[in-house]
Design a protein around this ligand. Structure first.
Ligand SMILES: Cc1ncc(COP(=O)(O)O)c(C=O)c1O
Length: 403
C-alpha cells in the first residue's frame, strides 16, 4: 500500500527542464548543422568551433575560446594565469562554499588550495565581508600565498565586479568569474563575459545555453591571455603543433557540439526572455499568495540586485517553517508535497563545499560558514525552462500555497 497520489492525466508531470520541447522546435536546424559536420568530416576543431567562438564573443562582449566543459574552462583559466604551482610556496584561491563542486576541485587540480568563503543569504553570491575575513586569516597564518578569487554567478545572477575588482587588485589577486550558470545574463547592460578578466561558462545540457553533451567556453578581453588559453586547450602547443611550450591538456570542444550550440543560439535570446518571464511569473504569484498561505512553510522568492538581468538557470526559493525558522524537514516536506502533485524539484546544493569529505582538510568545519550551511538546508529549486506555461506556473504556485 502506498499513499502516494498519482497525478491525473490533466496534471501530467511537469518537466524540471524541458529539452524535448526545445529539440522539437529546433530539430530541422540541428539536423542541418549536424549533417554539415558529417559532410565536411572535421570532427576536431572544425569550422563550427570558430563560428561558435565568434557568436559567443559577440554575445559576451569579449573574445571567446570554446573548450570541452565548464570544469575544464575553470582549470584552463587558472593555468593560464599561472595559478597553482608557486615557486616553493603553496598558493591559495578563494571560492564560495555554496557552489557546485567544480569550482573547488579545479583549484586543487591546478595545485593550489581552496579557501572557502561564505555567501550572502538573499542572492547567494560571494560575501565580501567573509572574503575579507578569510583573506586576513590566511595572511596571519602565512600558510599559502593568496593568488585569486573565483566568483560564482549562482543560479544565473552575475556577481557585480565592483567593489570586488578594486579590492582584489589592491591585494594582487586575480578574479575569475565562474559563469557556468549565467551565460546570457547582463549587469547594468553589460553582458556576462565582459565583467571579469576571465569568465568561464558551461554548455552542460541543462544550462541556459546547453549542448547535447559537455562543453564550455572561456571569455576575456586580453589577447595575450587568450593566446595562452588557446595553447593550453591544445596540450600547450605553440603555432607549431609539436612545439610544446607550456603544460596543457586536451580541452577542445567537439565540432558536433559546436554545431548543436550554433543551432541553439538561433533562439537563445528568445529563450532567455522566456526564462525571465517565467521567473517574473513565479515571483508575482508567490508574492500574491504569501499573505493567504495556509501551508506549514513560508517561502522567499529569489532576490535580484539592481540592474541584473539574470539568465535564470534556476529559480531557487528559501524555505522556512510557518514561524519563519529555517528547517530542512520543512523544505523536504514541501518537496514531497510538490512531488506528489507531479512537480519535480531539486536541491542545489545539499552540502556546502567546506563540509564535503573531499575538501574537509581545507575547510574549518561545521559552523564556520553559517550562511552556506543554512542555505544547504533551506533551498529548493522549482522547474525552470523557457517552455513552462502559465497553467504550469499556476499549478506549481497553487500547490506551494496550499498544504
Ligand atoms: C557553478 C558551476 N561551475 C562549474 C560547473 C562545471 O561545468 P561542467 O559541468 O560543464 O563541467 C558547473 C556545472 O554544473 C556549475 O554549475
Amino acid at each position: 500500500m502506498t499513499n502516494r497520489r498519482v497525478p491525473s492525466a490533466r496534471e501530467k508531470r511537469i518537466p524540471f527542464v524541458d529539452l524535448a520541447a526545445q529539440s522539437r522546435r529546433l530539430r530541422p536546424e540541428i539536423d542541418r548543422r549536424i549533417a554539415a559536420v558529417l559532410d565536411h568530416g572535421r570532427y576536431v576543431m572544425g569550422p563550427e568551433v570558430e563560428e561558435l567562438e565568434s557568436e559567443l564573443g559577440r554575445l559576451g562582449g569579449a573574445s571567446a575560446v570554446a573548450v570541452s566543459s565548464g570544469s575544464d574552462a575553470l582549470l584552463i583559466a587558472l593555468l593560464a594565469l599561472d595559478i597553482g604551482r608557486g615557486e616553493g610556496r603553496p598558493e591559495a584561491v578563494f571560492v564560495p562554499s555554496f557552489t557546485f563542486t567544480a569550482t573547488a576541485e579545479v583549484v586543487l587540480l591546478a595545485g593550489a588550495a581552496p579557501v572557502f568563503v561564505d555567501v550572502r543569504e538573499d542572492d547567494f553570491l560571494l560575501d565580501l565581508d567573509s572574503l575579507e575575513q578569510e583573506f586576513d586569516r590566511l595572511m596571519r597564518s602565512g600558510s599559502a600565498v593568496p593568488r585569486a578569487v573565483i566568483t560564482v554567478d549562482l543560479f544565473g545572477q552575475p556577481m557585480p565586479e565592483h567593489p570586488l575588482g578594486e579590492w582584489a587588485a589592491a591585494r594582487g589577486l586575480e578574479v575569475i568569474s565562474d559563469a557556468a550558470q549565467s551565460f546570457g545574463a547582463r549587469l547594468g547592460g553589460a553582458p556576462v563575459g565582459s565583467l571579469a578578466k576571465l569568465t568561464t561558462t558551461s554548455f552542460y545540457p541543462a544550462k541556459p545555453l546547453g549542448g547535447y553533451g559537455d562543453g564550455g567556453a572561456i571569455l576575456g578581453t586580453e589577447p595575450a591571455i587568450l593566446e595562452v588559453v588557446r595553447s593550453i586547450r591544445e596540450h600547450g602547443q605553440s603555432a607549431d603543433r609539436y612545439d610544446i611550450v607550456r603544460l596543457g591538456t586536451n580541452g577542445r570542444l567537439d565540432t558536433l557540439q559546436a554545431a548543436v550550440l550554433l543551432a541553439k543560439l538561433t533562439i537563445f535570446e528568445q529563450e532567455l526572455a522566456a526564462r525571465r518571464a517565467v521567473a517574473a511569473g513565479y515571483t508575482e504569484r508567490l508574492e500574491a499568495a504569501s499573505t493567504s498561505m495556509s501551508a506549514p512553510w513560508r517561502v522567499a522568492a529569489p532576490v535580484c540586485g539592481a540592474g541584473v538581468e539574470s539568465s535564470w538557470a534556476q529559480y531557487t526559493l528559501r524555505v522556512d517553517d510557518r514561524d519563519g525558522r529555517p528547517s530542512a524537514s520543512t523544505r523536504d516536506a514541501l518537496r514531497g508535497h510538490l512531488d506528489r502533485a507531479g512537480i519535480p524539484t531539486a536541491v542545489y546544493y545539499p552540502r556546502p563545499m567546506h563540509l564535503q569529505p573531499a575538501y574537509e582538510p581545507y575547510g574549518r568545519g561545521p559552523g564556520s560558514l553559517p550562511v552556506s550551511e543554512n542555505l544547504a538546508d533551506r533551498v529548493v529549486s522549482l522547474p525552470m525552462h523557457p517552455y513552462l506555461d502559465e497553467s504550469a506556473l499556476d499549478r506549481i504556485c497553487d500547490r506551494i500555497a496550499t498544504a
